[in-house]
Design a protein around this ligand. Structure first.
Ligand code: NDP
Ligand code: OXD
Length: 308
């Protein structure tokens, strides 16, 4: 098996020794767009240029160095190329940490206390009543399932929504478009961990956000394309939404001067909710390449029909 490293934004020297150690029988090379085709069988990629596919016609599988495959599906790949995503690989626990941090910052008022400290004011707020802070998690997959369980462990009421029915301990689950209004109406803090697909693009808009409980807060760790940013800003300014914690944006990096940078009730982070961990990613991808070499089926293969 010939494995190609085709991640122009990652330093191959950080990745190749670990890959070669896990795959001693494979030839491993770095994509060289100016050289002849390598004839590699599979490639490791993260947002690769479209030229890769034309230049490397022998590729049969792309191993994505992330969980979200929207960028690859947007490339209109030939149907014989399999897309394989990372499954957890150490990201789900980071996602749970991030969602808990954002929830606690909103529910316990830590953001507000930062402002009080800056003003030199000692002004305690009433204690937290968890039943007033039900959390709804959109997406109950590798990331969302872990997020929902972590929040439930802190005794917040937790609801979860997915495409097909799911069961998560301690979480009231809903599925499909029919059950979405009930899920939204019982949710105060909405955590988005959906994949970006044609069905989910732009779905977090005025209509959806208006169905949340009063004093609602949005935590978006899915993709920027899920959220209608103009609707979000309008609802924040109208006081219909109390706040938002945003890790992902329509355009990344978030452009200078964008109103989300400076909105007093928006907390911005630069797409760091869950980072790809090199050792875990190498171990998972190498195990799958060994399975492929033995002619075995692998998990984490994206179906273009579902879009994730
Ligand atoms: P999974 O494929 O494991 O889970 C996706 C979940 O979303 C499933 O529960 C699925 O339902 C549900 N879903 C998909 N489409 C719909 C729909 N139309 N209606 C209702 N539910 C739907 O993905 P992961 O949990 O691994 O990752 C989720 C996303 O998180 C990634 O695609 C990426 O965008 C984002 N991400 C962001 C990171 C960051 O740093 N900000 C890091 C990593 C990931 P079902 O269970 O029925 O299949
Ligand atoms: C991912 C991401 O999809 O980093 O893994 O956003």
């Amino acid at each position: 098996m010939h494995v190609l490293f085709a991640c122009p934004h990652n330093n191959p020297d950080d990745w190749l020794p670990g890959l070669q150690a896990e795959l001693p029988d494979c030839r491993i090379s770095v994509w060289d767009p100016s050289g002849p085709p390598s004839n590699a069988d599979v490639a490791l990629v993260w947002k690769p240029p479209a030229a890769l596919i034309e230049h490397e016609p022998n590729l049969k599988a792309l191993f994505n160095l992330g969980a979200g495959v929207d960028a690859l599906l947007g490339m209109d790949l030939p149907p014989h190329i399999q897309i394989v995503r990372l499954e957890d690989a150490g990201m789900a626990v980071q996602m749970a940490e991030y969602a808990l941090y954002a929830l606690l910052r909103a529910a316990r008022g830590f953001g507000r206390y930062e402002q009080e400290q800056a003003a030199g004011r000692w002004s305690p707020m009433p204690g937290l009543r968890r039943e007033q802070w039900p959390v709804g998690v959109l997406g109950l997959g590798e990331m969302g399932g872990r997020v929902a369980q972590a929040i439930a462990a802190f005794d917040y009421p937790v609801l979860g929504w997915s495409r097909s029915p799911r069961s998560v301990e301690g979480v009231q689950t809903y599925a499909g478009a029919d059950q979405l209004p009930e899920f939204l109406g019982r949710t105060r803090v909405l955590v988005n961990v959906l994949p970006l697909t044609p069905e989910t693009t732009g779905m977090i808009d005025r209509r959806m956000l208006s169905q949340l409980m009063p004093g609602a807060h949005l935590i978006n760790v899915g993709r920027g394309g899920h959220v209608n940013e103009a609707d979000l800003l309008a609802l924040l300014n109208e006081g219909r939404l109390e706040g938002a914690t945003l890790d992902v944006f329509d355009v990344e990096p978030l452009p200078a001067g964008h109103p989300l940078w400076t909105h007093p009730r928006v907390h911005v982070t630069p797409h760091i909710a869950a980072s790809t961990l090199r050792a875990e990613a190498i171990a998972q991808i190498s195990a799958k390449i060994r399975q492929l070499a033995r002619g075995e089926a692998i998990s984490g293969v994206v179906t273009s029909q579902r879009g994730y």
